[in-house]
Write a protein that binds this ligand. Structure first.
Ligand code: ADP
Ligand code: ASP
Ligand code: MG
Length: 420
């Protein structure tokens, strides 16, 4: 008996007609000897609606202080997880209407467990004890994405975009041969097709490249889902849910590097506007200062990304620039401000209108001149680079957010990624 996991995102299940098409796609995927599990997202816009309701009830934007995270996050999870439950029932009905045996499974029925980090929980186990035999008997299992329960049976959610992670984790638990992620684009593109019309669909992309693409801003797959797929070697296919069954729909296969014959120097360009730049001017320059600053930020649970250190004009002083997620910038500055005297920092500045643009490619490992092409392409458009970070397979630069699209397009052209 083989097994397959299919996942349908919010736009794909956006209304009852689309759910009926999803049912046809699932029906067409059935074959003897193969069990099917389907992970669904909330209907398009539904999670946003629920998030806004929760925030309003929690006091955001109203009079008085909103509830702190420790009092808010567990009930937030109760509220926002409901979107997916609705879709499981709707899809089960749509399948039964066309004669396909199907049933919904809520997180507590499987069960699907996670740690207790509400609103950003990590899955800990998915039991296949009940699900497995049921799907092997030909009943399609419909499972809500994005959520789990703790050991204490409290509901958690996995962070925005978390249904991808649910699907890959389920595929690993069920030892499925593949996880098919159906979405509103027909695969993984060289860059976001919504901002570059000349973006090209990739036939294949390695786990490592996809991991960088996702963590550097390509929202087509949640980063954690790619980590899990990589760790458990689950082949993932990204494909369109807007194609009727039977029509060509090759999508993109996310797979091991060894399965990719022609390794591109640069396979893709990603961008993220969710960045902020914090500048510390006139920082005392002696051993232990960086450890002190970044230790405090780590204790405050702030994820620092790029770091640039340079000499200040005054003797014995330096300047330190770092980036972090935009939502954490205020807290980062407060953390340093609180210890300003102890650390020895003269000025603290925050800039929020910055973006990170990155080029990613496994072929970079063995190629020189990749950075030069990037810097030259940006210079030619008059775009200033404010910070740089590199790894073996990516180069990221921080720029003025106003130039994000211009930079992405220029790099897409410079690395010859444009579709003919
Ligand atoms: P779903 O609701 O199915 O989970 P998402 O909106 O989360 O769909 O992800 C699909 C979107 O990801 C696409 O509509 C596209 O705009 C965006 N995207 C960003 N970068 C890429 C990329 N490199 N390739 C494909 N899509 C991308
Ligand atoms: N519905 C959730 C969200 O919008 C999870 C998902 O769709 O992956 O973030
Ligand atoms: Mg998504």
């Amino acid at each position: 008996m083989s097994r397959l996991v299919m996942k349908f995102g919010g736009t794909s299940v956006g209304d009852v007609e689309r759910i009926a098409r999803v049912a046809r796609i699932v029906a067409a995927a059935r074959k003897p000897g193969q069990g099917l599990a389907v992970v669904v997202s909330a209907m398009a816009g539904e999670t946003d609606r629920l998030v806004n309701l929760a925030r309003a009830a929690g006091g955001e934007g109203g009079n008085g202080a909103p509830l702190p995270a420790r009092e808010f996050d567990d009930e937030y999870d109760v509220i926002v997880s409901t979107g997916e439950q609705v879709t499981t029932g709707l899809l089960a009905l749509a399948l039964r209407r066309i004669g396909v045996p199907a049933r919904s499974w809520q997180n507590w029925q499987a069960p699907i467990r996670s740690d207790a980090a509400h609103a950003k929980a990590r899955l800990s186990s998915i039991s296949e004890e009940r699900l497995g035999p049921s799907i092997d008997q030909g009943v399609v299992a419909i499972v809500p994405g994005f959520q789990a329960i703790t050991e204490d049976n409290r509901i958690t959610t996995l962070g925005r975009g978390g249904s991808d992670t649910s699907a890959v984790a389920l595929a690993a638990a069920l030892k499925a041969e593949r996880c098919d992620i159906y979405t509103d684009v027909d695969g993984v593109y060289t860059t976001d097709p919504r901002i570059v019309a000349k973006a090209r669909r990739l036939e294949k992309i390695s786990y490592e490249e996809m991991l960088e693409m996702a963590s550097l801003g390509a929202k087509v797959l949640q980063t954690r889902s790619v980590e899990l797929a990589f760790a458990h070697r689950v082949p993932v296919r990204v494909l369109s849910s807007f194609v009727e069954p039977g029509a060509p729909n090759p999508g993109t296969l996310v797979c091991g590097e060894d399965e990719i014959v022609e390794k591109q120097v640069v396979s893709g360009v990603a961008y993220s506007r969710d960045e902020a730049k914090v500048t510390l001017l006139g920082v005392e320059d002696h051993p232990g200062v960086a450890a002190d600053i970044f230790g405090r930020l780590a204790d405050a649970n702030i994820n620092v990304d790029m770091i640039v250190q340079s000499e200040a004009r005054q003797e014995g002083r330096q300047n330190i620039v770092f980036t972090c997620p935009d939502r954490d910038a205020g807290r980062a500055a407060e953390t340093i401000e609180a210890a300003r005297g102890k650390i020895g920092v003269e000025e603290i500045h925050i800039r929020r209108d910055v973006a990170k643009v990155s080029v990613i490619g496994i072929g970079m490992k063995s190629q020189v001149g990749v950075a030069r092409t990037m810097f030259a392409a940006l210079a030619q458009k008059g775009i200033n680079i404010e910070a740089i970070a590199t790894s073996e397979i990516k180069i990221s630069v921080l720029i003025d957010a106003a130039y994000t699209e211009l930079a992405v397009r220029a790099l897409h052209t410079a690395y010859e990624l444009d579709a003919a």
